[in-house]
Design a protein around this ligand. Structure first.
Ligand code: ZN
Length: 299
């Protein structure tokens, strides 16, 4: 009997310890969502969204990226436990949506205090829309505005500040929107083939005809383009029905390399673009370098 009593007593101690360990951090987390400096915390899936968030939130928030290296593909990314914690402790998780950073949805849904903001929702995109939303500068300007509205709701005292910053972001992007308007004179009605549908929004802004978009979509979806689709693009390149090629250098493969090689053989200019921003390069510099290549390709 005594032995059993001791056992029960011992077990209660263990249970109490377990109880404290399991429950203590949870209750302590309640006021952990905004950090000790009183600032809001924003995590963003990629550098592009970090830049918007930093510009709009200014010194009122701590903003950090989940994926900051160009070598990591957002589509194939698998978050670690530390990242899960980071998202759970953030006030706002800002992402692209449309399956591009689906892991962010999952992580923020498991935390009651994290508000998930997706560019695809802010832009009212339907689920089949091309996910490479950042390649339309107007999309980014709208995201900045919507983010300013959200921050104004969370922190009404600084409403004017956030609104002003969203306006400043629009100004910041002016070199890109100006360049698009200027280039359009030259690109209107020209034809382009892109190896992956990463640049579709920009190409459409430039009034270009997109050749072989079934190929680009297949590559974006990680599937093999059908032989008929491949043939169609090969024929278009050989017949010089394409003025230039846009290659996503982060998505390569057998068929892509074959077509890029063919384009070069046919002396069709190849413009290199990337899916995620090159390290330490601003959105404006990144987009201008791509647009300048297009200008050169057509001169
Ligand atoms: Zn892509």
């Amino acid at each position: 009997m005594k032995k059993t009593g001791l056992l029960i007593g011992g077990m209660s101690v263990i249970l109490l310890v377990v109880f404290v360990i399991v429950l203590w951090p949870k209750s302590a987390h309640k006021d952990d969502s905004s950090h000790s400096d009183g600032k809001l915390t924003i995590v963003a899936s990629t550098n592009v969204y970090v830049e918007v968030a930093k510009t709009v939130a200014g010194d009122k928030a701590n903003v950090s990226a989940i994926i900051s290296k160009q070598s990591v593909s957002p589509e194939d990314y698998e978050p670690t436990n530390d990242v899960a914690k980071k998202v759970a402790h953030a006030n706002i998780a800002l992402g692209n949506g449309l399956g591009y950073d689906a892991w962010l949805n999952k992580l923020s849904k498991s935390s009651k205090s994290t508000k998930l903001l997706l560019a695809s929702d802010m832009l009212n995109k339907d689920s089949k829309a091309n996910p490479h939303l950042w390649n339309d500068p107007d999309n980014m300007i709208q995201v900045a505005q919507k983010l300013a509205d959200e921050l104004s709701k969370k922190d009404p005292d600084n409403k004017a500040y956030y609104q002003q910053n969203a306006q400043a972001y629009q100004e910041k992007l002016k070199p890109v929107t100006d360049k698009v308007a200027e280039l359009k004179e030259k690109t209107q009605n020209k034809s382009v083939f892109e190896t992956e549908s990463v640049y579709e929004y920009m190409l459409k802004n430039l009034g270009l005809n997109i050749v072989g978009d079934d190929f680009a979509e297949a590559v974006a979806e990680d599937t093999d383009p059908t032989p008929a689709v491949l043939k169609e693009v090969q024929n278009a390149l050989k017949a010089h029905k394409v003025d230039f090629v846009v290659q996503n250098t982060q998505t390569t493969g057998g068929d892509v390399s074959k077509l890029v090689k063919l384009a070069k053989q046919e002396s069709i200019p190849v413009v290199n673009v990337t899916e995620t921003s090159p390290d330490k390069t601003s959105y404006v510099d990144w987009k201008l370098s791509e647009l300048n290549q297009i200008e050169k390709a057509l001169s």
